[in-house]
Design a protein around this ligand. Structure first.
Ligand code: SAM
Length: 660
């Protein structure tokens, strides 16, 4: 029988009744605590799970929980040390082993959207009487914060390169700077083959940069330091899935009173010998409490106190009659403040994250939700970030879409538009904030339109949802090939999307109409040029090789199998498939050699054994022919596919046999 009992609104997970000296006790284990109830009578009707106590006294003891830290303001808490420790210790494995999800922020579609938004900003900056003029003779720095694997940076660099012909700002003066706080990520980029040409051309540079604590970026290649006042043009900051990992503070407004949330970080294990062990994130057991504070909460913020107070005032004003729970992404705001100083307070920021920009979503009293996915993250309050920009003279462009895993917002920082000189703080309350955003954004018409077109109307989140839904929600029959081609085209032939739909492509390409096949053939090389080596389990070149084999373009298939060996490494099936290509081309000796190689790598590989037998027999037969056919003639016949016909089916078997 299962008993479900509610005590203090907690579900009881175990119940023990004990006779102790003079009294009866009932011990209940709840979610966070053990509760002992002394009773003088208890009636249990087990058949309908009714439990009735007559209570005298209750004693509440916490369950054993390892307290890593007593109640502390959230932004100063141990949580962030665990976060940094996670990324520091895992480095690039976070992505290559799939511990941290990344497709949503690292695909060819999102990079193109960002470049188009940036292009809008550049167009505004090059207009006569621009609100924020750009000097094409000076570098325009794009600084990516928390660049992680570097895959997004690579895609963005490619799109920038391709945008040259329509951009009046010279590409050679656009400098992309990858940053992250971990040494491991930095080293990963330095050695990455896809980034190499960009590092060599001077288009790309990189540096270790802790977005919250560092004030300067030392560039690896350029032998230069970026710091306050060093950039003549406004800087462009890109931050994806970063703000949710930087320090946050927790607030609540209840009956018009602002309260600060304090967190006690703890673990469900009773003992944690290494308090920085990132695995603790999986077993976090945090407690929260809320204490009254004032909107002058932030006191030592290098001149930002006024802006942070305005943000808190806005929430207290907005939630006078309704309770609300608010996160302030103070880590992100500190980072933006410091980076803004690089270019004397002029900047464009494009950021995508899990978050909210609609304050209605803050209604209700609740503890913050901490999402765990290898590391952990909190929802980014893009509304607060926007309010900070508006207070500093800039503005925010938000996508109002509510059902979105990834929110993308754009901000402009501009001291020129600040109203601080002649206006009181009331201007930053209520709807005036939105009106300021609206009127200021009109001075950046190209940027605003680019944001509407590439984020708001159909943006990175929509692309993510569409490809995911095509893959997961399409039941029988499987997604048609023409739909797969359309989604590939929409994302400019993203390798991960190709990999996701490879079964549909490989199954239908050999038999589909010539027009559709031609469309595929035009795009597949693009898949390869977009390839960024990271995840060894996704052998894109191998799959492209199989595609070409399926449509009987054996030379091309061989080319990609070779690429597979170079990038991902040797594999007996790759050799075997190369053997099949050579066989189809009529090169029996090479085929035999490759089948033997496959077998030498995997002695149990039955297919290689039977192909070796088959080819050996054919070679013997061929050697017995008295008048040999000249080799060139044989090759010509074979290339035309006239006498040797390797069915596509074995390919499908290869698919299933591939562990990868
Ligand atoms: C969730 S990952 C996102 C990576 C990448 N932007 C993406 O979208 O895939 C967060 C990244 O931020 C980095 N990071 C965390 N805290 C940071 C800090 N204080 N300063 C700079 N980078 C930080 C981590 O090392 C990690 O690479």
């Amino acid at each position: 029988m299962e008993l479900v009992v509610h005590v203090h609104h907690q579900i009881v997970s175990s119940l023990v009744v004990q006779q102790q000296s003079d009294a009866m006790y009932c011990h209940l284990i709840c979610k966070h605590q053990e509760i002992s109830l002394r009773y003088d009578s208890m009636h249990m009707r087990t058949n309908n799970l009714l439990l009735v106590f007559s209570l005298f006294q209750e004693e509440i003891r916490p369950l054993e929980r390892c307290v890593l830290e007593d109640f502390t303001p959230c932004s100063k808490s141990h949580l962030w040390k665990l976060m940094m420790s996670f990324y520091d210790r895992k480095g690039p494995d976070s992505w290559s082993q799939g511990i941290v999800p990344h497709f949503i922020t690292c695909n060819t579609f999102i990079s193109k959207s960002y470049v188009k938004v940036l292009h809008g900003f550049i167009c505004d900056g090059l207009r006569a009487k621009s609100a924020m003029p750009l000097d094409p003779n000076e570098p325009l720095y794009i600084i990516e914060l928390g660049a992680g694997s570097g895959k997004f940076s690579f895609f963005m660099l490619k799109v920038l390169e391709e945008m040259q012909s329509v951009c009046d700002f010279p590409l050679k003066n656009i400098k992309f700077i990858m940053t992250d706080f971990t040494e491991a990520n930095f080293q990963f980029w330095q050695n990455h083959p896809a980034l190499k040409p960009y590092f060599e051309s001077g288009q790309l540079d990189a540096g270790i940069f802790d977005a919250v604590n560092d004030r300067t970026i030392k560039l690896w290649k350029g032998n230069k330091v970026l710091g306050p006042g060093s950039c003549k043009n406004p800087i462009v900051i890109v931050a994806n899935y970063l703000f949710d990992t930087l320090y946050h503070d927790i607030f609540q407004v209840e009956h018009g009173v602002l309260k600060e949330g304090l967190v006690s970080t703890g673990s469900k294990h009773s003992d944690e010998p290494d308090p920085l062990d990132p695995d603790i994130i999986q077993r976090l057991d945090n407690h929260y409490k809320y204490v009254p504070t004032t909107t002058s909460y932030y006191q030592e913020e290098e001149g930002d106190e006024k802006h942070l107070k305005r943000i808190l005032d806005w929430y207290v004003d907005r939630f006078q009659s309704q309770a609300a729970s608010i996160l302030v992404p103070i880590g992100a705001l500190r980072a933006l403040r410091r980076l803004g100083q690089f270019s004397n307070g002029r900047a464009l920021i494009i950021s995508g994250d899990k978050g909210n920009n609609n304050p209605d979503q803050f209604l209700g009293l609740m503890d913050p939700h901490i999402a765990v996915h290898g590391s952990f993250s909190l929802m980014v309050n893009y509304h607060a970030i926007g309010a900070w920009f508006t207070s500093r003279g800039g503005f925010a462009l938000h996508n109002p879409q509510e059902e979105a895993s990834l929110k993308v917002s754009t901000f402009v920082l501009s001291p020129e538009m600040s109203l601080d000189g002649n206006i009181n703080d009331d201007l930053y309350l209520g709807d005036t904030l939105n009106q300021l955003d609206l009127s200021r954004s009109k001075r950046f018409p190209f940027l605003t339109q680019a944001f509407i077109d590439n984020v708001d109307q159909f943006g990175p989140n929509d692309y993510f949802v569409l490809q995911k839904s095509l893959k997961e929600d399409m039941t029988q029959p499987a997604c048609p090939l023409r739909t797969v081609v359309a989604i590939l085209k929409l994302g400019d032939w993203d390798p991960d999307v190709f990999f996701k739909f490879r079964d549909v492509i490989l199954t239908h390409a050999p038999t589909c109409g010539i027009k559709l096949r031609n469309d595929l053939c035009r795009g597949i090389p693009r898949v390869w040029s977009n390839y960024y080596l990271m995840d060894m389990d996704k052998d894109i070149a191998f799959e492209i090789g199989r595609f070409y084999y399926g449509i009987r373009e054996y030379e091309r298939a061989l080319h990609y199998y070779k690429e597979s060996i170079t990038t991902v490494g040797k594999h007996h099936v790759t050799y075997h498939n190369q053997g099949l290509c050579h066989y189809s081309l009529g090169f029996l000796d090479q085929a035999l050699e490759l089948f033997r190689l496959a077998l030498s790598m995997n002695g149990d590989y039955e297919k290689a054994k039977s192909w070796i037998e088959k080819v050996e027999t054919e070679l013997k037969r061929r050697n017995n022919i008295t008048t040999p056919v000249p080799e060139k003639v044989t090759q010509a016949l074979v290339s035309a596919g006239e006498n040797i016909d390797v069915q596509v089916e074995p390919l499908a078997e290869e698919v299933q046999n591939m562990a990868i």
